[in-house]
Design a protein. Structure first.
Length: 187
C-alpha cells in the first residue's frame, strides 16, 4: 500500500494568507514550485501517493488566514495522509538571517525524527546553514493534523543568497525533502 504524503505549499497566490516577500521573490511562488517538484519525485518512486494543497499555481484556499489553514489540514485529515509536509520560506527584519529549519509540534516524536532527516538532507544538498528542528506547538498545521506533520522553512526570503537559491533551484530543496523522507522511512 502506498504511503500517502500530503504536500502543503504554504500560502495563497493572492490575499488572504499570502506569504512573505523579499529580494523580488514571493514565498507562495517558491513553495508552489518546490511542492510540485517534491510530488514528482515521490510519485516516480512508486512507494508513494501524494496530494498537493495547491495543485495549480492559481489555487486559492479559504477566505481568511484561519480558513486557509483549516482547508489544508481538513483536506489532509480527510484524505488519510500518513505524513504532512508544509513548505515555507522564512523572513526576518535582518537580511543576514539565513538557513533552513524544520518546525514540529513536539520533540521527541515521529515528526521530529522526520524533521531531522529532512533538515540534514536539505542542508547537505544546498549548503545552507542548519538552524535546527524547533518545537512550535501553536502552529495550526502542526497542532490539528492527525498524522506526523513538519513545517519546513527552506531558507530566508529576506536573505539575498537564500532567496536566490530557493527561487532559482527549487529542485534542490525538493530533492532534500525527498531524501529526508526516504531516510526516515528507511527506503
Amino acid at each position: 500500500m502506498a504511503i500517502k504524503i500530503y504536500i502543503d505549499q504554504g500560502h495563497n497566490p493572492s490575499p488572504p494568507n499570502t506569504g512573505a516577500e523579499g529580494n523580488g521573490y514571493r514565498e507562495q511562488d517558491i513553495t508552489y514550485e518546490v511542492g510540485v517538484r517534491l510530488a514528482q519525485l515521490l510519485n516516480q518512486n512508486g512507494n508513494f501517493q501524494t496530494r498537493l494543497s495547491r495543485p495549480t499555481v492559481n489555487t486559492q484556499l479559504g477566505s481568511s488566514n484561519a480558513s486557509s489553514l483549516r482547508v489544508r489540514v481538513d483536506d489532509a485529515n480527510s484524505w488519510g495522509a500518513d505524513y504532512f509536509i508544509s513548505i515555507h520560506a522564512n523572513a526576518s527584519n535582518q537580511s543576514s538571517a539565513n538557513g533552513t529549519e524544520v518546525l514540529v509540534y513536539r520533540s521527541p516524536s515521529r515528526a521530529a525524527s522526520l524533521a531531522a532527516d529532512i533538515l540534514r538532507e536539505i542542508t547537505e544538498i544546498t549548503g545552507l546553514n542548519s538552524r535546527g528542528v524547533k518545537e512550535r506547538p501553536g502552529l495550526y498545521v502542526l497542532r490539528k493534523t492527525n498524522m506526523p506533520a513538519v513545517l519546513v522553512e527552506l531558507g530566508f526570503i529576506t536573505n539575498p543568497r537564500d532567496a536566490q537559491l530557493m527561487a532559482n533551484s527549487p529542485s534542490l530543496f525538493a530533492q532534500g525533502i525527498y531524501r529526508g523522507i526516504l531516510d526516515y522511512l528507511d527506503l
